[in-house]
Design a binder for this molecule. Structure first.
Ligand code: ADP
Length: 739
């Protein structure tokens, strides 16, 4: 029902929203560091990528050189083997019958140990069937009695591994072997025979002529033809072949020598120009696994020696990328990430610092604005207050002058004096109300009003309101209804809150000419909302926040002194804040208004602790009045005596002590001024009296001093405080409440 958005938030002192610049900066203080982090990471990635490409280029150059070197070393070795074969072939060209000794010393001269991977040189002789017996007999006679051509073979020609140098321990077991019968060698031997050039066998797996070096090996064959016979055609070459000289070599030995220590590339050697599986001669590498931050390289090279070709493929292994390159890349990545985070953090810190500076400046600015507004309000307040004070004082002085003039007359009609007395009373009432309002405000502002919150029954509170206002509203011809739900309790100070509600209802009655006024209360979660509806003149939007200022009255609303002072809502706002609640207002000009107050709910107490006023006993003891002003002393004495109390008056501390001693046990109440002569205070009077009597006495301080110090002093000593001028009605109520 209550439009809080247009009410409580628009009240003076409501929390202000942050200016857009600060809101924007706060938003950017989160966004910008993220953007900076993203950009910095992108830049870091760019540099890392560039570094990686540079490293890859350098590695590519190194890899190419490595492949070139590997290929050329491979060619050199093969060339060396071919050269060795061709040199040995020269031996056979010079003699039709090369003896074992010739072969032995020739090969020894070749110094094959200087050729890495080369295991030895051999000669395989073709033994035609018709010469077989003679051949075996001849070799046996040369010191090899167990010699034979093995396996025995069929009736066709067979070959015999006749020579192999250098001779090893397994030589005798392989002597005479017909290797032509072996599928791993035969194709190469046939190819060499048919082409007249070199050919290389497949991998040879068996223990070799030299058993000391049992390992995978290859044979490079060169055919030997009958000297002086034609070799021009294939038929010539097949008809005139005598045998083969061959170089036995180990590809492992060869490649180990070529690749050396740096096992960071893998090389595959293929027979011929293709790269088919069945052409693969062997793979050479110490395979090293792992991830590579840079790409792996690949290259293919063709090698040809003596008309025979090989294909070499080379691949880089992950460890080809040097540790330095990897650590450099890692360094770039780590530095980049760290720098990005630092940059984002720096941006965040700078923005937060700027935000703090802006907020501080904004706080300063609003504090300054606040102070200026307060100062302006104070001046305005003083101007209006002095105007409103002057009015009744002016009236008073005029009536007093009239009375003085009348005093000079011989006869004064009683009706005239009575009329002037009534006017004087009216002016005094107005003054008293104004001063009370001002004092209330001043006490609320100085923070010296202490609220005593306790559970208060809502029904009881609203019933009292009904008693107070049903009459005045009815007198104005207005309907007045209070909806007081039973069983609800509110956590508040009953006196302060009753004043708040009275102010709101009084306004409703004051600003409503026809219709009705409703007062209600409804629960809102753990709060209770009190509402005062009226069908009065209403309040324009732009006035809603201002009406809570001191002395503010809506312009164009007829302002009558007796009706309002413009202090009611200012007191309401301050009181409700003190009670920990909120005030709201919603209104439609010409239709009516709703004022609301929200306060915390309270649990119902187990036992009611309040005692209805009617049940209290009125005290009948003596009263001591202490005041240094004789007029006040006298008027108080008369009034109290009129009400039937024994009264003693005193103007100083000494007189007060003496009077108290005289009254002794009958003294029931001390009414004292605060500032007495010689710097004596009302609290000191009460203390001295109590000390003299040796017991506590009810006491009330009646003063015109509203300063916070006075209020605090009275509160500290547990004394009640009334402000001058005290209305007799208030005094009577007070006396009634003293037991
Ligand atoms: P006043 O003593 O003049 O009523 P208040 O501080 O109580 O001073 O109120 C300030 C101004 O707010 C009033 O002068 C009046 O113009 C306006 N106002 C307060 N209550 C109502 C209401 N129920 N309906 C219309 N106007 C109101």
């Amino acid at each position: 029902m209550v439009d809080t958005s247009s009410s409580s938030s628009s009240l003076p002192g409501a929390v202000k929203a942050q200016p857009p610049a600060i809101r924007r900066l706060r938003f950017f203080s989160y966004l910008l560091p993220c953007v900076v982090l993203g950009l910095a990471l992108a830049a870091a990635w760019y540099f890392w990528e560039r570094e990686r490409q540079e490293i890859e280029q350098a590695l590519q150059v190194e890899f190419d050189a490595r492949v070139r070197e590997t290929t050329s070393l491979f060619r050199e070795r093969m060339l060396a083997y071919e050269q060795a074969l061709r040199a040995t072939h020269g031996l056979f060209a010079t003699s039709d019958r090369v003896q074992r000794g010739d072969f032995q010393s020739f090969v020894a001269n070749l110094r094959i140990q200087n050729h890495p991977g080369l295991q030895g040189m051999g000669f395989a002789l073709i033994v035609p069937p018709d010469e077989r017996e003679r051949h075996i007999a001849a070799v046996r006679s040369q010191g090899f009695p167990a010699y034979t051509v093995q396996p025995p073979g069929d009736s066709g020609a067979s070959t015999s591994a006749l020579y192999f140098e250098p001779t090893g321990s397994s030589f005798l077991s392989t002597l005479g072997t017909d290797y032509f019968a072996e599928p791993s060698r035969r194709p190469a031997m046939e190819a060499a025979r048919d082409s007249g050039g070199i050919a290389v066998s497949n991998k040879v797996k068996l223990p070799e002529e030299d058993a000391a070096q049992v390992q995978a090996g290859y044979r490079m064959y060169l055919p030997v033809y009958k000297n002086g016979k034609p070799q021009g055609t294939l038929a010539d070459r097949r008809a005139n072949i005598v045998g083969w000289i061959y170089a036995a070599f180990s590809m492992d030995g060869l490649m180990d020598n070529i690749l050396g220590e740096r096992a960071n590339i893998t090389v595959e050697v293929y027979d011929g120009a293709g790269q088919d599986e069945d052409q693969l001669i062997d793979t050479y590498s110490d395979r090293v696994g792992g991830e590579s931050a840079v790409k792996l390289f690949y290259a293919t090279q063709q090698v040809e020696v003596g008309g025979y070709g090989w294909t070499l493929t080379a691949r880089s292994l992950p460890n080809f990328t040097t540790a330095i390159a990897i650590s450099k890349l890692q360094l770039v990545a780590r530095l980049g990430a760290a720098a990005s985070v630092m940059l984002a953090l720096l941006t965040w810190v700078l923005l937060r610092r700027r935000l703090r500076a802006l907020s501080a400046a904004e706080n300063l600015r609003s504090a300054k604005e606040h102070a200026e507004a307060a100062s302006r309000a104070k001046s305005q307040f003083l101007a209006v207050a002095s105007h409103d004070l002057r009015q009744p004082i002016q009236a008073l002085s005029l009536f007093v002058a009239t009375l003085q003039a009348m005093a000079g007359r011989a006869q004064v009609p009683g009706t005239e004096v009575s009329h002037i007395a009534q006017r004087l009373q009216l002016a005094l009432n107005g003054l008293g109300r104004l001063l009370n309002g001002l004092f209330d405000l001043s006490r609320l502002d100085s923070g010296t009003v202490e609220v005593a919150r306790r559970p208060v029954e809502v029904a009881q509170l609203l019933a009292e309101l009904n008693n107070a206002f049903a009459g005045p509203a009815g007198a104005k011809g207005l309907g007045f209804k209070v909806f007081a739900p039973r069983g609800h309790w509110v956590d508040t100070d009953p006196l302060v809150f009753a004043r708040v509600l009275s102010n709101l209802v009084a306004n409703a009655v004051r600003y409503t000419e026809q219709g009705r006024i409703l007062v209600g209360c409804r629960p809102r979660g753990h709060m209770l909302e009190f509402q005062v509806f009226d069908t009065g003149i209403g309040i324009a939007d732009e006035e809603r926040a201002r009406i809570f200022g001191e002395f503010y009255q809506v312009p164009n609303v007829a302002r009558e002194r007796e009706h309002g002072l413009g202090l009611g809502l200012a007191i309401v706002l301050r009181s409700v804040r003190l009670l920990g609640g909120q005030v709201g207002v919603r209104s439609t000009p010409g239709k009516g208004s709703v004022f609301s107050v929200t306060l915390p709910r309270a649990a119902a107490p187990e036992l009611a602790t309040t005692v209805p006023a009617e049940l209290r006993e009125q005290f009948t003891g003596s009263v001591l009045v202490v005041d240094d002003d004789p007029v006040v002393r006298e008027s108080m004495q008369r009034l109290l005596a009129e009400w039937g109390h024994p009264v003693r008056v005193a103007s100083t501390l000494g007189e007060a002590i003496n009077a108290a001693a005289d009254l002794a046990d009958s003294l029931a109440l001390v009414l004292t001024d605060y500032h007495l002569g010689n710097g004596v205070t009302g609290t000191e009077i009460v203390e001295a009296v109590e000390r003299r009597l040796g017991r506590q006495v009810s006491a009330v301080i009646i003063t015109g001093d509203t300063s916070p110090e006075t209020v605090a002093d009275a509160a500290r000593n547990g004394l009640r405080l009334l402000y001058k001028p005290v209305e007799p009605r208030v005094l009577a109520a007070l006396m009634k409440s003293i037991q």
